[in-house]
Write a protein that binds this ligand. Structure first.
Ligand SMILES: [Zn+2]
Ligand SMILES: [Zn+2]
Length: 258
């Protein structure tokens, strides 16, 4: 089911950005997608082999032991659902802020190194980042007291939204501005992929856009077409290939544009 949601939303947004792109003149849409998709398959295997069973086990353990924040109060089912969704999305925001700090940034910068951000960039995460993020999630799930259905629904929403906000689809600003009152949109996330450090360290939200407003990390740019994507040091073609991407965390020093 998750695979169907992933593949259908990915292909739909890939087609939209192919025929109605914001940044025009990119000649290698398919070629650009290939290494990102290869990374996605690698990460998919890592998750399936090491984490799927563990995630279910941890959630079941918390359920049997009546453990977790959401189990402290008895709420109507729908309210429990909403609260689980909002709390988990808050965790995603906080974790993303942490990914921009210290050694975690080394891993996460692989996601930011894409010079031609599009739908497939949503799949471009270093496998070690995936392992660390999924491990951290194993601790958060029981602490929050999420049920499996809460996680499944959250992920079903997350996948299309992250494909959407990474896409190069030229959604009119008017529609984008209304949508970003609620969810993260392409014009909001484009700023996050800017080469300018202050902008990279903004707009961290995953689904609900409110977190950046609440925590003061929201930045809006009207001139989205002037945004320069990527990280200067990793602009070269070798860093955009599968093996180059995997090496990105291990490059020792580089200067960032302030
Ligand atoms: Zn980021
Ligand atoms: Zn991104």
């Amino acid at each position: 089911m998750k695979l169907i949601v992933v593949l259908s939303s990915l292909s739909f947004l890939f087609l939209l950005e192919h025929y109605w792109p914001l940044f025009k003149g990119r000649k290698h849409h398919f070629k650009h997608a290939f290494p990102n998709l290869l990374i996605a398959v690698t990460n998919g295997i890592v998750i399936a082999v090491f984490f799927s069973g563990l995630t279910i086990a941890v959630i079941e353990w918390a359920k049997v032991h009546e453990f977790g924040l959401l189990r402290l109060v008895s709420l109507p089912t729908w309210m429990n659902f909403v609260l689980a969704f909002v709390l988990f999305d808050l965790w995603m925001y906080l974790w993303h802020v942490l990914l921009h700090k210290g050694p975690l940034w080394r891993l996460h910068r692989m996601h930011h190194s894409d010079t031609e951000m599009d739908t497939t960039t949503a799949l471009r995460f270093h496998p070690i980042e995936i392992v660390i993020s999924t491990t951290a999630r194993l601790a958060v799930l029981p602490l929050l007291g999420l049920d499996l259905i809460h996680l499944v629904v959250y992920e079903m929403c997350l996948q299309p939204v992250i494909f959407f906000h990474h896409s190069n689809w030229s959604l009119p600003e008017k529609i984008d501005s209304i949508l970003r009152l609620f969810i993260v949109t392409p014009n909001m996330h484009r700023v996050h992929h800017s080469q300018i450090l202050k902008e990279t360290n903004s707009n961290y939200s995953s689904i609900l856009s409110i977190w950046d407003r609440v925590f003061g990390s929201f930045i809006h740019r009207k001139d989205v077409l002037a945004i320069d994507y990527g990280i200067g040091y990793f602009e070269g073609a070798k860093w955009q290939k599968f093996w180059g991407m995997l090496k990105i965390p291990f490059v020792l020093s580089l200067k960032r544009r302030q």
